[in-house]
Design a protein around this ligand. Structure first.
Ligand SMILES: Cc1cc2nc3c(=O)[nH]c(=O)nc-3n(C[C@H](O)[C@H](O)[C@H](O)COP(=O)(O)O)c2cc1C
Ligand code: SF4
Length: 430
């Protein structure tokens, strides 16, 4: 994976450069230096302060401040405390965490251990998507090597800090990436979200204070500790520091993974890193953030992509999967595959999502085959708004996002399917 010349790589800085199965190679690239400094030179509160000062926001989708999450967990009553790296990565189009874990597994081992020291935990877990066999092998190898060097286990770097990491293999359900469903799954239960509050920092794994962080979030930690919070704030925008790993998918000349500062626009991503749209076709829409992301038109191509600006513009950054669609694509056809996904993956625990995702799927299916009714768009809006407001977890809430954004920006095209019984892009066959 050769980086584009304008990329700025932090999370992916070692990927493709070091041998992921060699701890010596990681060490030769400053590996475990941050952990060493932390356990030998710093107090837990100082570590948390640096992460807070860095403005690192969680890269798992919600953009929650990482330092604050660690602080809540450290201050929460209850022992033992746990750190969980969320490597379930089941969002369609999303494979950034796999690339980090396959290409630089020790970075995540180091980061989980630093989090453990900061929060006052001796137990870490990494929950890895079931299909990611190579990731599981590489992480197991990395854990073994870290033990042999004394970077995991008892008396890390000769101090009295003890920490270990267990690997948990995911079970193939999208919902198990949701942090409380993931926790239930580790506990050996059916992977269903919990009612909240309480949140994991106060009531997490086995009812104890727990940090759940995304792999990309964690991958930033060793670099922040080594270079300082101010260095990290030098990347990105004022309120959203650092870089973001994006997956560029769909109708672009160069598909793949890039890491660039937060705040660059989707137009820049398409033109500079994606090499433009093939055959001089016109841009039609993009879905930003995976299947649960918003569908955006050309007028939003110049919004700076960071967590704050995207929300202000009514869009989402989510996992960073950017699906680019040219003029030959149909928005109803796109919604058909998205709604099939949500209806299949809904865990069924709460009514708005269990019933809503199925009803939406049926309505979109009927619109796409010429059976659409004049009541369909208001019905889709009604169900989506109910799901967004009433669903128990982010799956049901996010399932509404592509529908509502498609209606907002592409209403005419959906109406053409319902009223004229025609597909302007000539994709749906009636
Ligand atoms: C249905 C669903 C699936 C999710 N899947 C993932 C996932 O695969 N990886 C991930 O890190 N976060 C996922 N999340 C978000 C997690 O619940 C949680 O917010 C995240 O792991 C927190 O990490 P962060 O603070 O570092 O972003 C998912 C959320 C939902 C609602
Ligand atoms: S919103 Fe959907 S996935 Fe989440 S708990 Fe309810 S039924 Fe399950």
């Amino acid at each position: 994976m050769v980086p584009h010349k304008s990329e700025e790589r932090i999370v992916l800085s070692n990927v493709g450069i070091i041998d992921p199965e060699s701890i010596e190679d990681y060490i030769a690239h400053d590996g475990y230096m941050a952990l060493r400094n932390v356990v030998k030179e710093m107090k837990p509160n100082e570590v948390i302060e640096i992460i807070k000062q860095s403005n690192l926001l969680g890269r798992g989708g919600a953009g929650f401040p990482t330092g604050l999450k660690w602080e809540f967990t450290r201050k929460a009553k209850g022992e033992p405390k746990y750190i969980i790296a969320n490597a379930d990565e089941s969002e369609p189009g999303t494979f950034k965490d796999r690339i980090v874990l396959e290409g630089d597994p020790h970075r995540i081992i180091e980061a989980i251990t630093i989090a453990g020291y900061a929060v006052g935990s001796n137990d870490g877990y990494i929950y890895i998507r079931g299909e990611y066999k190579l990731v599981q092998d590489r992480i197991r190898t990395a854990i073994k090597q870290a033990h042999e060097k004394g970077f995991l286990g008892e008396n890390i770097f000769g101090t009295d800090f003890t920490f270990d990491i267990k690997v948990h293999q995911g079970v193939g359900a999208y919902i198990c990436g949701e942090e409380t469903a993931l926790i239930e799954s580790i506990e050996g239960k059916r992977g269903e979200p919990r009612f909240r509050p309480p949140y994991p920092p106060t009531y997490g794994l086995f009812g104890k204070p727990t940090v759940v962080n995304n792999v990309e979030t964690l991958a930033n930690i060793p670099s922040i500790i080594r270079n300082g919070a101010e260095w990290f704030r030098g990347f990105g925008t004022e309120r959203c520091s650092g870089t973001k790993v994006y997956m560029i998918l769909g109708n672009v000349n160069e598909r793949g993974v890039i890491e660039v500062p937060l705040g660059i626009t989707l137009r820049e991503v398409i033109e500079i890193y994606g090499g433009g749209i093939p055959e001089n076709k016109k841009f039609k829409l993009a879905q930003t953030g995976g299947s649960s992301g918003s569908i955006i038109p050309e007028s939003l191509l110049d919004v700076p992509m960071d967590y704050v600006s995207m929300i202000k513009a009514g869009a989402s950054l989510g996992s960073g999967a950017l699906l680019i669609c040219d003029e030959t694509n149909c928005v109803v056809d796109l919604l058909k595959s998205i709604t099939n996904f949500f209806s299949y993956e809904s865990c069924g625990k709460c009514v708005p999502c269990r019933v809503g995702t199925k009803k939406i799927q049926n309505i979109i299916e009927s619109i796409s085959n010429g059976g659409g009714l004049s009541t369909d768009i208001p019905m889709l809006e009604d169900i989506s708004n109910t799901m967004a407001a009433m669903s128990l977890c982010g799956l049901g809430q996010a399932a509404a996002v592509p529908i509502l954004s498609a209606i907002k920006h592409f209403r005419k095209e959906i109406e053409a399917h319902i009223v004229d019984k025609s597909c302007p892009a000539n994709v749906c066959k009636f």
